[in-house]
Design a protein around this ligand. Structure first.
Ligand code: PLP
Length: 395
């Protein structure tokens, strides 16, 4: 059998390569941070989700080591059998405190949180109304659930209203949105979503993966940004981005919802509990968040500085309210050439084009971090300007 299957795979892989969509891994020979080593060369990293620069934070490393010393390396169990330590309950309480919610349930990743949130809560009589640009894990989670599916164009409130009207005959309605959309860096219009949810009797779920730690004056995410703390029924998020960048996911929100997920959510019931070291570091991380706002302030200042300088230089940046800056080039081959030349200059970024973004909307996505110093930002901007001139984008 395998001979035929192998041929089939080889053909498909060759096609992916021919379409220019083959993903290659770039090997990093250092810890994650503003400066990384690639092929023995120092580069500046502008494509990590390491928004607060915590991925190599000494306090988190220390907390993880202490957690491992005190509670061991692994749990070797799911939560409800013998995989729940005092540390897990402490981290869940910290997350609820951070977001102003009632309770929290941990997962191995946010992919699991989203995969396991819909099916236990909603059935065929119900409706899920989802933003067209929501993350793949939300799309997969919705697929696993028997609820009726409605989709609205990205952040399009007229379309959301129409879908809510169409879903009026359903028993329960849940609107689902990413907090920050990762290709444009736009924040979801949660104020208007919340208003429509009130008007059409719906619940709201926000995936805070790209927004938590970043958006809002103190980084409490989109519910802080729109002054809606505690008002949204369900939030999901990751510990794999701003919050240290290791791994772990969570769903936080109304008490009964979290309670039901502990009874029925499959990635929680059938997948291993988070490792003690990561949990201990997570607890320390949320303590740091409540001690000071310095990292958020630095990130917001860095992002504003970067976008201002890029626009002054003549680049076309998408309006962003997050740490994501989409530098628009529109042309797909140009975006790849630009990104490759930036890499030669020691700047790590990613060029995106169709089908990841709409046709004719190719871009370079820059992710700013609190780990960046002004000299890092300036070096990145000068490299953009140099190549922009070389490639005839800037005059
Ligand atoms: C990154 C991301 C996820 C997945 O998070 P993991 O913890 O890495 O699985 C889910 N949703 C959104 C919106 C994301 O950006």
């Amino acid at each position: 059998m395998y001979i035929e299957f192998q041929k089939h795979l080889q053909k498909e892989l060759a096609q992916i390569e021919a379409d220019g969509l083959y993903k290659k891994e770039r090997i990093i020979e250092s810890a994650q941070g503003a400066e990384i080593m690639v092929k023995g060369k120092k580069c500046l990293n502008f494509c990590a989700n390491n928004y607060l620069g915590l991925a190599d934070n000494p306090q988190l490393i220390e907390a993880a080591k202490k957690g491992m010393d005190a509670r061991g390396f692994g749990m070797a169990s799911v939560r409800f059998i013998c995989g729940c330590q005092d540390l897990h309950k402490q981290l869940e309480a910290k997350i609820a405190e951070f977001f102003g919610t009632e309770d929290t349930i941990l997962y191995a990743a946010c992919f699991d949180a989203n995969g396991g949130v819909f099916e236990p809560l909603l059935g065929p009589e119900d409706a899920i109304i989802s933003d067209a640009l929501n993350h793949a894990s939300i799309i997969d989670g919705v697929r696993l659930c028997k609820a009726q599916r409605f989709r609205y164009a990205n952040a399009d409130m007229a379309d959301l209203e129409k879908q809510l009207q169409d879903a009026q005959s359903c028993r329960f309605r849940l609107i689902v949105t990413d907090g920050v959309f990762s290709m444009d860096g736009n924040v979801c219009p949660l104020d208007k979503i919340y208003e429509l949810a009130q008007k059409y009797n719906a619940m709201v779920m926000v995936d805070e993966s790209h927004s938590a730690g970043v958006v809002g004056r103190t980084g409490r995410g989109v519910t802080e940004h729109y002054n809606l703390r505690g008002k949204v029924e369900i939030l999901t998020g990751t510990l794999g981005k701003a919050f240290g960048g290791a791994m772990g996911g969570f769903t936080t929100g109304r008490k009964e919802i979290i309670d039901m997920l502990r009874q029925r959510s499959r990635p929680y019931l059938f997948s291993n509990s988070m490792a003690p070291g990561l949990v201990a570091a997570g607890i320390r991380m949320f303590e740091m968040m409540s001690e000071t706002n310095d990292l958020q302030d630095k990130l917001h200042a860095n992002t504003a500085y970067f976008i201002k300088k890029m626009e002054e230089a003549g680049f076309d940046c998408k309006p962003s309210q997050s740490a994501i800056c989409a530098v628009m080039l529109y042309d797909a081959p140009l975006s790849q050439k630009f990104a490759a030349k930036l890499q030669e200059e020691g700047i790590f970024v990613t060029g995106f084009y169709y089908p990841v973004v709409p046709k004719g909307q190719a871009r370079i996505r820059v992710q700013v971090s609190a780990a960046h110093e002004k000299e890092h930002l300036d070096k990145c901007i000068s490299a953009f300007v140099k190549i922009g001139k070389e490639l005839g984008i800037l005059k």
